[in-house]
Design a protein around this ligand. Sequence first.
Ligand code: GLN
Length: 541
Amino acid sequence: METKYIFVTGGVVSSLGKGIISSSLACLLKARGYRVTIQKFDPYINIDPGTLNPYEHGECYVTVDGHEADLDLGHYERFTDIQTTRANNVTTGRIYQSVIDKERRGDYLGKTVQIVPHITDEIKRAVKALGNTGNFDFIITEIGGVVGDIESLPFLEAVRQLRWELGDNSLCIHLTYVPYIAAAKELKTKPTQHSVKKLQELGIQPDVLVLRTERDITPEVRRKIALFCNVAPDAVFQSIDVDTIYRVPLKMHEQGLDNIVIRETHAAPAHEPDMAPWMRFLDKMDSAKDTVTIGLVGKYVELQDAYKSINESLLQAATYADHKLHLIFIHSEKLTEANVEAQLSALDGVVIAPGFGQRGIEGKFVALKYCREHDIPTFGICLGMQCMVIEFARNVLGLEDANSTEMDHATAHNVIDLMEEQKSISNMGGTMRLGAYDCRLAPGSKAAEAYGTTHVRERHRHRFEFNDDYREQFEKAGMACVGENPDTHLVEVVEIPSKRWFVGTQYHPEYTSTVLNPNPLFLSFVRAAIEYRDEKHQVNS
Ligand code: GLN
């Protein structure tokens, strides 16, 4: 079958969930046996989101090949179990960089380099790059931003041209918002009409509309929108608020989104989607009665997307452990010796978040000391693991000024230090230790038990590492280095074996946790938290 290209655009407002709709469609198509991938085109000028702080952009996701990517790629992987790569996330910055590089090389043979055709050609090339591999039946391309933005124009022009070239092998899904005006007791279609007009002005006629709404769209509203927007009535879908994003694929299937996509692109017929494993996950979520309470200690607690993959990994793990997740965000900047008991004592488990820089770090040490001394299941991720090491050095090894050289350049006890290969790096973008590396786990360690193997591969995003000079001192005092890179011997996992569950990973296990394949370390942590809760209850009753 020829590769089919599905474009997903958005109108009216941002944050409508284009990523969730794209992921849901990919999930359904994959469950029908098609080979699918999703890519995201972001209209900003940064080369990648690696240099953006979470206030700007939420979490930075990392692909297996070490690309710092938009957090939507996390949704793509969690919904589809398909690994994405650098090719799945392209920004305006990357497009321009590549065009300017070509210009400097002289590739344009004296021509004036322009947005049309040179930038648009480069976008088209990037859109088709994955399709040209022959590995996919469907390429879903999500265009970031909102129709009408200046930034999106070259992308939409490229989509217009591609639709012309690809004909039936392409399809455009446009996502809009249908607000409910309480005073008038009415759903309003005008923003959708305007947004589709805007798209039509740019030469793109959407084939499918997905309407984000908080209320059921009536048949009448659906007909009206179809009529005004030149779309078949059965190609107008509603995406109503649901309690979990993981219900969206089923909601879309009920309405026939995958059918329409197959019909309109003349794709080879396929069986009905096998959603049985997905349904089992949702059933578990629905039938769980008990709750496990986990605290996440970090400095971006007011941002719901800053630790997206960790939140989702915890939810997946809790669900597979037949529990509801009660996740409490704890502001590391506000955590002190005076209030730590009040904030942490009722928790069943604590995650110490990744991060960069000094802000909020002292609160992480306070949390870790409390968790270690009270034997609360604790999971440190990246900076969280480094903090575990520093706290242990300060309070167990007695190295009072122990620190990471990221926080204190001149510390006498640099238990966390800049990696050798990082010392000559001056550019900040894309230069961390990124992507998947092998890790060997010590047999019998909590980590090895959790994974059920001593060899794992997880993704990284860091510049600093455990300082091997201190290894012996740590191990003698009870913190074991149980995971290391087989080539460089860089310490990847530490744990305190005498504790219930006190594990820190230099890598980010949250990037590989998906709905159908939850990460084993999160599962093991959540199970430990549940056991600890049960023990507490027994003691108290
Ligand atoms: N700032 C730390 C480092 O660069 C940890 C990074 C992280 O938590 N992702 O090593």
